[in-house]
Design a protein around this ligand. Structure first.
Ligand code: FMN
Length: 224
C-alpha cells in the first residue's frame, strides 16, 4: 500500500490540472500515448464488469472533417434550442456588455464552437452496448480515466457530446463509423497537444456540495 500513498500528490495534481482543451497544434499523438489512454479506458470500472464500451480511434483527416461538421450541426441546433427557450439568456444574466453577449450567442447558435473536432489529431469515438443498463455510468468512468491519462502525459482533450444528442446525428455517426445494431455512439473524445495553457473553469465551493449525514447539513464550513 505504501506505493499507493506515495502517488497521492500526483493523483490530486492530475485531477486538478485536467482541463477541457479545444485547440491543438498539428503535432500527431504518439502511438505509445494512445496506448496509455486506451489502457486507462479499458481498466475503468463497470456495473457487473459488463465492459460495454468500444472505442474507435479516428485519425483520418477526411473523417475528422465529417465529424467536425456533424458536431457543428448538432451543437448549433442545441444552442438554438437553448436560445429559443431562454435558457441561454439565463446563463448570461451577469454579462452586461450587450455586444459581447450578442457575439457569444451568435457563436454558440452557429455551432462553430464544436467544429474543433476536425482539428484534433485524434478523436476517440466512444460507443456502447445499448442493452447494458449501466451504460452511461460505465462509459463515463472510462472517459474520465482517459481524460486523466491525457493530462498525466501532457496532452489535452475534450469530452464532446454535441454530435451524439440528436438521433439524426447519431445515425450519421453510426453510418460514418460502421457502428453495428445494438451499439450506440455515446461521446467523442478529441485529443491533441494543447496550443497554450488554459485557466481552470470555476467550481462550486465545497460547503455547497458536501453534506454531513443528511442533506443540507454542512460538512465543510463556508470558506474552509
Ligand atoms: C458529459 C459531458 C459532455 C460535454 N460535451 C461537450 C461538448 O459537446 N462540447 C464541448 O466543447 N465541451 C463539452 N464538455 C466539456 C465541458 O464543457 C467542460 O467539462 C466544462 O465546461 C468544465 O470545464 P473543464 O472540463 O475545463 O473543467 C462536456 C463535458 C461533459 C462531462
Amino acid at each position: 500500500m505504501s506505493e499507493t500513498y506515495n502517488l497521492t500528490d500526483a493523483a490530486i495534481k492530475i485531477i486538478q490540472d485536467r482541463r477541457s482543451i479545444r485547440d491543438y497544434t498539428d503535432e500527431p499523438v504518439a502511438e505509445g500515448d494512445l496506448d496509455l489512454i486506451l489502457e486507462a479506458a479499458r481498466q475503468a470500472p463497470s456495473g457487473e464488469n459488463a465492459q460495454p464500451w468500444r472505442f474507435i480511434v479516428v485519425r483520418d483527416g477526411a473523417t475528422r472533417n465529417q465529424l467536425g461538421a456533424i458536431a457543428g450541426g448538432g451543437s448549433g441546433r442545441r444552442f438554438t434550442a437553448e436560445y429559443v427557450t431562454k435558457k441561454m439568456q439565463e446563463r448570461f444574466t451577469t454579462l452586461d456588455d450587450e455586444e459581447k453577449k450578442k457575439a457569444i450567442f451568435e457563436k454558440l447558435t452557429s455551432g462553430k464552437v464544436s467544429t474543433f473536432l476536425a482539428k484534433a489529431p485524434v478523436n476517440i469515438v466512444v460507443c456502447g452496448k445499448k442493452e447494458v443498463w449501466d451504460l452511461p455510468y460505465d462509459t463515463s468512468a472510462a472517459i474520465e480515466n482517459m481524460l486523466l491519462m491525457v493530462t498525466a502525459i501532457g496532452l489535452g482533450a475534450c469530452w464532446v457530446i454535441a454530435p451524439c444528442i440528436d438521433i439524426r446525428d447519431e445515425e450519421r455517426l453510426k453510418a460514418l463509423f460502421d457502428v453495428p445494431e445494438g451499439f450506440k455512439v455515446i461521446s467523442i473524445i478529441a485529443i491533441g497537444h494543447p496550443t497554450r495553457p488554459h485557466k481552470p473553469r470555476p467550481r462550486m465551493e465545497r460547503h455547497e456540495l458536501v453534506f454531513d449525514e443528511k442533506w443540507g447539513a454542512p460538512y465543510y464550513e463556508e470558506g474552509s
